[in-house]
Design a protein around this ligand. Structure first.
Ligand code: GRF
Length: 201
């Protein structure tokens, strides 16, 4: 299975996918896209010799029409949004319907939607006095964070002292759950039954 990963910065989730024990056997990251012209994730892509492109209007960046051409020419099977902060255009979402997933650093459907990204999410969770948080992996539709949920893992945050501490704990679980979901998709073990997404063993 060929994957395109969309990132906006650090790329630690991209790296978690690249470090999966099933990497190379079940799936491979063929393309990395970012809305930034340079970011840590591009360094990771270079280290693994993965073609990477910046999306936008700046010189040397690709338009979404060009992105779609690169993705379809490369015969990408799955698009993974791993910390990508922009909304994907409808044209691409519709073309890859059911084949785009996103990782969100809170338990959806709470703490999602426009503006809910990065530390904004963890600050909202902290200030709500919520006792659990954790990542959600979901399919992408045409709005922010509303697609069907594939996997979630709740962790205890009862004793945290800051939003940063929540971010740190949630990130560790993101690095497990995202490669797990990618592996399950590659194995054909994610299905929709009775309007719910199920993961087979
Ligand atoms: C992660 O917390 C992801 O859930 C979020 O943005 C962060 C990206 O981190 N939406 P990284 O770029 O994968 O390190």
């Amino acid at each position: 299975m060929k994957i395109a990963v969309f990132v906006s910065g650090r790329g630690s989730n991209l790296e978690a996918i690249l470090n999966s024990p099933k990497y190379g056997e079940l799936f491979r990251v063929s393309l990395v896209f970012s809305d930034k012209s340079e970011c840590k994730a591009f360094e990771i892509a270079r280290k693994y010799s993965i073609s990477s492109y910046s999306i936008g209007n700046k010189e040397g960046s690709k338009s979404y029409d060009e992105v779609i051409k690169i993705i379809t020419d490369t015969k990408i099977d799955l698009i993974v949004l791993a910390g990508f902060l922009k909304l994907i255009p409808e044209k691409l979402v519709n073309l890859y319907s059911g084949r785009i997933i996103n990782i969100h650093p809170a338990l959806l459907p709470s703490f999602g939607g426009p503006g809910m990204y990065g530390m904004n999410v963890h600050s909202a969770v902290f200030n709500s006095s919520c006792k659990v948080s954790g990542p959600t992996v979901h399919f992408v539709d045409n709005s922010y964070d509303t697609g069907k949920i594939i996997a979630q893992k709740a962790i205890d945050i009862n004793d945290v002292q800051s939003p940063e501490e929540i971010a740190e704990r949630v990130l560790q679980v993101e690095h497990q759950i995202l490669p797990f979901v990618v592996e399950k998709i590659a194995e054909g073990k994610i299905k929709e039954v009775n309007n719910r997404i199920i993961i087979e063993n």
